[in-house]
Each structure stands twice: as C-alpha cells, then as structure tokens.
Design a protein around this ligand. Structure first.
Ligand code: GLA
Length: 731
C-alpha cells in the first residue's frame, strides 16, 4: 500500500517506487513534515531537533520547557499565528477581522484512487490501473471556525505526489483567507540551488539557476495569467546536481492564474520551498459553509539528477494531466496562416495555401486571427465571433469543404476571453469587461479582458464559440489570450479580492464544457505564445503554442527550458520564414525543421507558396521524417544532451522507454573556422546492446556510444543539423 498510517506515532508515510514522503501529527497535534527523499522504511522523526533557541517563540506554551518552537520544526502546512515566523502558506482573518489561527490535526482518511478537485484541473489516476491512493488530513481551528483539508495523491509507479487543500468555514461568521498556498516542503538542512524558468514575450522559460541564500527568493505572477515572465514550476536541487547525478525536488502548479513560488533560507539555514496562489490582489471571503480550494501542486523527487526529475514529470503530465483522444494520438502537422498572412487573407488564398500544404504532405490548415466581424487589425472586433463571409468569399462551412476536399483538415483561432472597445459586444455590455468604475482601464494590444467570473459573460461567449464550431468540420481550435489582467474589478461582487481566482474557475468551467461538448476537437492553448504554459491549461489543451518566437536558435533555449517541467508532446513548434520576423536571424531550414520536430504539435507557419522548389523538397523530407519519429517525440524519454546557453552543439534525444530505439538530434549552435571535431554523446540506450543507425546502416556498441559518443563531420557549419535514428539490434 502506498499510504500507511502508524497509529502509535501518528505518522503518515507515502511510498512511491523510488521515494518516500513522511509527516507526523505530534503530541500537540501539529502536523510536522519529516521527510521527502529516497525510498526508506521506518519513522524519520529522529530528524527533528529540540533545543532552547533563544529568540524563537515557543509555542504551544509548555511550562518549564523552551525547546519546542514551530519557528524551527519542519511543517506540512505552516500558518500565520502560532510562532512560525517563516513564510506561511496560510493566513486568515476571523469573523472579528483578527489575524492568527491555530490549526491542529483533527482526523484523516485514506482512500483508493486519486482525488479530484471541484472546478479545477488536477492529475487524474486510477486506483486499479495506476495503484493511486489519496490521503486526506484535516486540520481544524475551532476558535476561528475553520478547517483545512490537506489532500495528497500518490501515483506510486511514477514517483509523483500531488497536493491540494480545501479551506472550509465551519463556524458561524464570515472569515477571510488572505493567503493560501498549496504545498510546502521544509528541509531541516541543505546547501541548495533553486532553478526557475523565466522570460518575456517571445523568450519564455529560460533556465535560471542560483544558490539559495539567506532570505526569501520568489517568482510569481500578478498578471492574471501564469505568465511569460515566470513559469509556475520550480526546482530546488543540490548545488552540484547535474542531469544525471544529485538530488532535486520540484513543484509544478496545476493552475493558470496568479501564483507564487518561493524558497526561503532561514536563520538556521533551513530551507522552505512553497508554491500556490499569490497573496497579492487576493483576499477571499468565506461565508459559513463555504469552501475555497487551493489548486494542485505536483511534486517529485529524484536522486539521480534532473533528467529523472523531468522524466517523472513528463510521464505524469502526458498521461495524467492531458486528456482526451489526442493525448495518445499523432497530432496533425499543420500550416498556420498567421506568419503567412497575418490579418490579410481571403478564402481563395487560404484554399491555395491548403492546396500547397496537401502537395507537401501536411494534414491541416489553421485559419488564425482575422476571420471574424470587422477584424482587419488588432484594434477591433474581439468579442464578436461572427464569420466575415465577405472576406472568406462564402460561408465558413463552404470554405472548410473546399479545404477538406483537398485532403486537408481545418482548424481555427479564437481569443474568447477578450473584447475590444470597438466591438458590438462591448457596446452592448460595457460592464462585462474588467474595468474599475471611474478610471480609464489599462489596454493591452488595445483590448480588455472579459469578466469570466460571471456566468452570463461566459455563457454568451461559449455559445458564440459553439455557433462557430458548429458551422463545419472544424477539427482544431487555437485558444488564445493576449494580454494580462490589470483592472481587477467585477460588477458582480463587492469582494474584489476574489475576482482573479473566480475568473480562473470561470475559464476552467468554459474549457470543461468545450471539452465535453467537442470531445474530438484538438485544442491548442496559446497566450501571446507561451504566456500560459502550465499544467492547468494542459488539462484542457494537450498542446500549447510555446512561443511567438519561431526563430530556430532562440527556440533551442525556449524548448530546452520548457523541457525541464513539460513533456515534448505538449510543445507547439513551427517552422517559419527567414529572416525571422521577431529577431531577424537566419537559421538553416534543416535546423529549423529539426528543432520544431522536438514538439508534439509540429507544423509550418509561413507562406508555403513562396518557397523555392528545393525548400519544398526539404519540407517533404522533414514531414516524412517527423512521421517516422512522431511517436518517440510524443511518448519517449527526453534527454537534454547539452545546454544551448553554453554548448557549441545543441543536442537532444528521444529514447523509447524499453530501450528499443532512440533518435538523437544535433544542431551546430556555434561554429569556428576549422574548429576541432565535435562529438555527440547519447544517453538512455541499453548499455549492453548494439544499435544500428538507420540512415547509415552502421552498427554501434551502446556502451561506447554512451561513453565517447559519435563525431559530427569536422568543420560543420553553423546551424548544420543532423538526426541519428538508432534501433537496437536484437541478437
Ligand atoms: C498571438 C498568438 C499568435 C497569433 C496572434 C494573432 O500573438 O500568439 O500566434 O495567433 O495572437 O493575433
């Protein structure tokens, strides 16, 4: 059984195949964190130390002893109010407006299967097929009239432990939750680095790694989206941890709105890691009987380096966060009209693009922004989801039929959460946009955000989108979101501190209805590229447009960073034209292709009709190659063979879990005239086996390949790209 409870010591033990997580309700009823590390039997309460640490509050008050302090003991759910003065996960005010609570163990329950969360995305796993179990531990404070149910999900085979929490008002007065984070991991000691994935529009999820130092380091979002700037994913690891050695712990937030991820080194060099909702712009009232759910955090541990950590997460997100028929199916190779035509296209032009796509061997055409109402630029019409039949030269249904006749599927772009002031929807319902009365709202891309916390707003937009989807054979939807939330004001409430959270409940409600109504529709998430690339969105959209930056060189960095927390199956990656529209760089078509093929959502985003014949030939080859490797990209283990920030060769690999084959890809990222020979060293092969490289027919011993590697042609030029496909020789 993965979850054990020892009655005598009130110890909870959560076992996975390779890890153990342990906590204990101590004699005062405080839930202390004991251990999260390599699998171990026994009770690890010997790790706790008790001493008179002058300067720390002792609580609870115990006459004659000063050795008990919540300021030092590791905790599961540290709250403000009883002497732990490190960063708390929970802060509330009671009916009198008073801060300070005192949550103690009340009861627990162990259940088969993995818990779900009402209205929020969460990991799903089965009791029988996955051996999943749930632990629920309830902490209570009778004085404040509050209970917090801590939920733990265990996916034993995947080395995954999830956490969530539900706060309930069990009293007779309104209470206000001022801070609610989901997960806390207290380390009693350790010299650690922290890794975060930061960026900006067009350069998302660049890895940053530095020492954990005294004080608090946090990343987060107050933008109303998980954000381009800081991804809701954090790793704490040994200072000398590498891809293949050392310990690492990670937290991934299954949520798409404001968040905070923090690591704090305390006065005694202890370390606290935590993740959850941001407490900025947040103040959530609960009337008697009401509840508030802290969104889920996925946690994993590896003592075999960062690669294992990523593999654990990849398996979990791919198979237990993403859903629907597209989870395990080859995704259509598409051409997207955006970088080919921007707003300027006609139905005939799209049909010509589709014909060329058919000629090159693609599967789908996606009609991006510009097809609705008066939308000829980004100043108007968001909110009015009516087809511009004049522009398309007929109905949407007719256009789709023309494209389908060519053997090409059809997809469409929408941005349902937004409204332009210049739109019929806004003219009719100005109060449906988030805006503070009497104040000019901040515009982003000249648009406002609709108040998705309100059911009537959601219903209107949902029905409009359904009316579009019902007009023809639409097999793909790109769900975009192109600005942050700034003016946090809803006309539907007087408690503005709940609006951003309720907005996300609203968004998830709409997405869930969409997924239920169109189960076969492939939805790709997007937020001005990768501004909402998180495990929350992936529950509804199995792939996400990773960045508006399609330059192959920058994509190496973006996709490298993304790979730490997210599987390749979720990465939308397209080949676009050169010089690149974002940064002017020119990268060889073969490198652009190979880099884009590291995504489960592969495609092209350029005017195919303008390509010279040589490029068309190369694209036909790329498509054939991608079809050959698509499955291993989607389902294989991903190996980061080098770091594009420092390496001359950017190399990455996909290997089948059973070791039967591997694809090793290399792009020259920096080249010197007459430089030395460069080698690529694969991993993840079966060490005692031999592998045939499919293109050359050469057979290699795996042990040597994984030791000294394989030379690239000497003098390989910048952006030369090579792909090696190794198949195990079964003797
Ligand atoms: C965002 C997306 C792009 C494109 C445009 C359309 O920027 O990230 O891919 O869809 O919107 O306006």
């Amino acid at each position: 059984m993965p979850i054990l409870f020892d009655e005598a010591t009130r110890t909870f033990t959560l076992h996975t195949r390779n890890t153990t997580y342990q906590m204990q309700a101590d004699r005062f009823g405080y839930l202390l964190h004991l251990y999260f590390g390599a699998r171990a039997e026994g009770t690890m309460d010997y790790l706790l130390t008790y001493a008179d640490r002058s300067g720390c509050c002792t609580s609870p008050h115990e006459a004659g002893t000063r050795t008990y302090s919540l300021d030092v003991l590791p905790q599961e759910f540290p709250f403000q109010g009883n002497g732990d003065l490190r960063s708390p996960v929970f802060v509330m005010r009671d009916g009198e407006g008073t801060f300070g609570c005192d949550l103690r163990y009340a009861r627990h329950e162990i259940r088969a299967g993995k818990y779900g969360l009402p209205g929020l995305p969460a990991v799903y796993a089965d009791a029988e097929a996955d051996g999943a179990q749930t632990l629920s531990v309830t902490l209570a404070d009778a004085r404040c009239g509050v209970e917090v149910e801590l939920l733990y999900g265990v996916l034993p085979e995947l080395d995954i432990i999830t956490r969530a929490a539900i706060v309930r008002n069990t009293g007779a007065q309104r209470v206000v939750v001022e801070k609610l984070q989901t997960a806390c991991l207290d380390f009693v000691h350790g010299d650690f680095d922290v890794m975060t994935f930061n960026g900006q529009h067009c350069m998302e999820r660049k890895l940053d790694r530095h020492e954990v130092r005294p004080g608090s380091f946090s990343v987060g979002s107050r933008r109303g989206q998980s954000s381009h700037q800081y991804n809701p994913f954090m790793i704490v690891c040994d200072r000398d941890a590498t891809e293949t050695a050392g310990r690492g712990w990670s937290m991934s937030f299954v949520y798409s709105g404001n968040f905070k991820a923090e690591v704090e080194q305390t006065q005694y060099q202890q370390v606290r890691m935590q993740m959850g909702l941001s407490d900025e712009l947040f103040s959530y009232p609960l009337e008697p009987g009401e509840r508030l759910v802290a969104p889920e955090v996925i946690m994993t541990y590896s003592n075999a380096g960062l690669e294992r950590l990523s593999h654990n997460l990849h398996r979990c997100i791919r198979r237990h966060v993403c859903r629907g028929p597209w989870r395990d199916a080859p995704r259509p190779i598409l051409v997207n009209s955006w970088e080919a035509h921007y707003f300027d296209f006609t139905g005939d032009e799209l049909v010509r693009l589709a014909a060329k796509a058919a000629d090159l061997g693609l599967d789908m055409l996606v009609m991006d922004d510009g097809w609705f109402a008066e939308r000829k630029d980004d100043y108007r019409s968001l909110g009015d989801w009516t087809v511009n039949e004049e522009k398309l030269g007929g109905t949407l249904g007719q256009l789709i039929e023309r494209i389908n006749t060519l053997g090409i599927k059809f997809g469409i772009w929408v941005e349902p959460e937004m409204v332009n002031e210049d739109s019929q929807l806004f003219r009719e319902h100005p109060d449906w946009a988030l805006a503070v009365p009497g104040k000019q709202p901040a515009l982003g891309r000249d648009q406002l955000v609709l108040d998705f916390s309100r059911a009537e707003v959601r219903d209107n937009v949902f029905e409009q989108i359904c009316r579009v989807l019902d007009q023809g054979n639409i097999e793909y939807l790109k769900w975009d979101f192109n600005r942050s939330l700034v003016d946090i004001y809803s006309h539907a409430t007087t408690d503005q501190g709940r609006v951003v959270y309720d907005y996300y409940l609203g968004l998830y409600d709409v997405l869930e209805r969409l997924v239920q109504r169109y189960p076969d529709l492939l939805i790709e998430g997007c937020a001005a590229g990768g501004g909402r690339f998180d495990a929350g969105m992936l529950h509804y959209t199995p792939q996400i447009w990773t960045s508006d930056n399609t330059d192959g060189h920058d994509r190496m960095t973006i996709q490298y960073g993304t790979s730490f927390g997210y599987p390749c199956s979720t990465v939308g990656a397209h080949v676009s034209a050169c010089p690149n529209e974002v940064n002017g760089r020119t990268v060889s078509l073969s490198a652009r292709g190979l880099i884009a093929m590291a995504g489960g959502g592969f495609g092209y985003e350029l005017d195919l009709l303008e390509l010279p014949e040589r490029a068309c030939e190369l694209i036909r080859e790329q498509i054939e190659r991608y079809r050959g490797m698509e499955r291993i990209v989607r389902e294989g283990l991903y190996y980061r063979l080098s770091d594009p920030a420092t390496a001359d060769l950017y190399a990455w690999e996909f290997a089948a879990e059973d070791g039967s084959e591997a694809v090793v890809n290399v792009v020259v990222a920096r080249a010197e005239g007459y430089g030395e020979a460069k080698y690529v060293v694969p991993r993840g092969l079966e060490r005692t086996a031999r592998y045939r490289e499919v293109n050359s027919g050469v057979v290699y011993p795996a042990a040597a390949l994984m030791d000294m590697g394989l030379p690239l042609p000497v003098g390989s030029a910048l952006y030369m790209a090579r792909s090696y496909h190794f198949v195990r020789v079964d003797e």
